[in-house]
Design a protein around this ligand. Structure first.
Ligand SMILES: [Cu+2]
Length: 457
């Protein structure tokens, strides 16, 4: 529970009886009202699209490891552990996106409000220090005499300490090469990672804000930069931890598959959507067609916080991988070794940074005279891979970008102005579900607006 809610609800166990008596909806409303009433500033309330960075002029961040609840599109509420930026909010999932420049000295202070000890590790960053000492693994033995690894950087639970002072540890390191990295728990990591203790660390090339790396051919439009932090949740495991029961790893089975802590269709909601108060990050890509007169790329940072490979599959176009695990893809002589891919396989702990654009390759645009620039077959199967297939709620019923035909009355129309939508999802199709219900899970949409824009959107 957050310190904020502790203050509002004196007694650390106060929230759960509220949940029991009033039902979850009332408890969530109470939490929303409490957060809205007491959170300083308005940055949290403003919705937005795309990458939402936490930055600091001194590259110093204070994170709180805490527990809270996340919601899923099927109405479930899942007990979760995560990190929150103390300056921003009391609880959020996943942890805040920390953005720093390569070569910058970074400080991360960790406060622990979890019921057990925890720590943070920063895979890919060198010479991390914890309270000034090297944050190296520390070996101990368990009850069976087997060696176990703990971290010197481990911080005890505040609940284990007397008084109100939380456990605290300070990590320092110099931000490494430009790229996308995880930060995550280093203590009982299988469990604590599954419980949600992870976030993204983005390292930008110093002096080249609009590039993924120091290479000019990694340039992108900063207004169209996105993060896809991929992970999964086994709700039974989370429930066991909430009830202080043993974790049954033999029975592990993920039921929810997430991008930035949300499942489809919640992935489409904007950043800081008020109905998802603890899951601030959306995952919808919103771009315009490639314009030869203004040839800009868009960027996506793929990051896998799960336990196995997620074969992520954007439908609309290839994406060009320019960075893996914080390493620019180039040869010893600086030659470009980036490659285009239609399925982005993201391995556990791995990151891929890509640039891409969507090209109206067939010229299905509306010309200056308001008519399609050329005639094409009207049968939808002729153009399936350029569209969501069939009479979907997002389809304009027109193959022409910017034209919106009559939509059948029996569907809910989510198409604003004749824009295109491509789905993008894990191609392990059981991961494109919410507890088995299809068209959910690790899935989002790419929205391509007409070249002239979309009035009111
Ligand atoms: Cu697909």
């Amino acid at each position: 529970m957050s310190r904020l809610l502790r203050r509002l609800l004196p007694g650390s166990a106060r929230l759960r009886p509220v949940t029991t008596r009033l039902g979850l909806g009332a408890a969530v409303l109470a939490m929303v009202a409490a957060v809205a009433a007491t959170t300083p500033g308005s940055a949290q309330a403003a919705t937005s699209e795309g990458l939402a960075c936490d930055t600091s002029p001194t590259n110093s961040f204070t994170l709180t490891a805490d527990d809270g609840y996340i919601s899923t599109p099927d109405g479930n509420s899942i007990y979760t552990w995560s990190y929150a930026d103390e300056a921003q909010r009391s609880f959020q999932f996943p942890g805040p996106v920390l953005c720093v420049d390569s070569g910058a000295p970074v400080t991360v202070v960790l406060h622990n409000h979890l019921p057990e000890a925890t720590s943070i590790i920063f895979p890919g960053q060198r010479a991390v220090r914890a309270d000034g000492r090297p944050a190296a693994p520390q070996f101990a033995t368990d009850a069976q005499g087997d060696p176990t690894t703990t971290m010197t950087s481990m911080v005890q639970s505040a609940d284990a300490l007397s008084g109100a002072t939380p456990g605290e540890v300070t990590y320092t390191f110099t931000a490494g090469s430009p790229g996308t990295y995880l930060y995550k728990s280093g203590t009982d990591a299988d469990k604590q990672d599954q419980m949600g203790l992870y976030g993204a660390l983005i390292v930008r090339p110093a002096g080249h804000a609009g590039q993924l790396t120091g290479r000019g051919d990694s340039a992108f439009d900063p207004a169209h930069e996105y993060l896809f932090l991929l992970s999964e949740v086994d709700p039974d495991l989370h429930l066991a931890v909430e009830r202080h029961q043993a974790v049954d790893w033999a029975g592990y089975r993920a039921r929810y598959f997430l991008i930035n802590g949300r499942s489809m269709p919640d992935t489409l909601a904007p950043n800081n959507a008020p109905w998802l108060p603890n899951q601030p990050y959306g995952a919808m890509v919103h771009i315009k067609p490639y314009d030869p007169a203004r040839p800009v790329e868009n960027a996506i940072r793929y990051l896998n916080a799960g336990t196995h490979n997620y074969p992520f599959h954007p439908h609309g176009s290839d994406e060009r991988v320019v960075t893996t695990d914080g390493q620019a893809l180039q040869g010893a002589g600086g030659e470009d070794l980036s490659y285009s891919k239609y399925d982005l396989d993201v391995a556990p702990g791995q990151s891929l940074d890509v640039v891409f654009h969507w090209q109206d390759a067939e010229g299905w645009t509306i010309g200056a005279n308001g008519q399609p620039t050329h005639q094409i077959p009207t049968q939808i199967p002729a153009i399936t891979d350029q569209l969501l297939v069939g009479s979907d709620t997002w389809f304009s019923q027109s193959p022409y970008l910017g034209q919106k035909n009559a939509v059948p009355t029996y569907i809910t129309d989510n198409n604003a102005c004749g824009e295109y939508y491509h789905i993008a999802h894990s191609h392990a199709l059981q991961e494109a579900t919410n507890y088995g219900a299809t068209f959910g899970g690790m899935m989002t949409l790419y929205r391509i607006d007409p070249p002239a824009g979309c009035p009111g959107n």
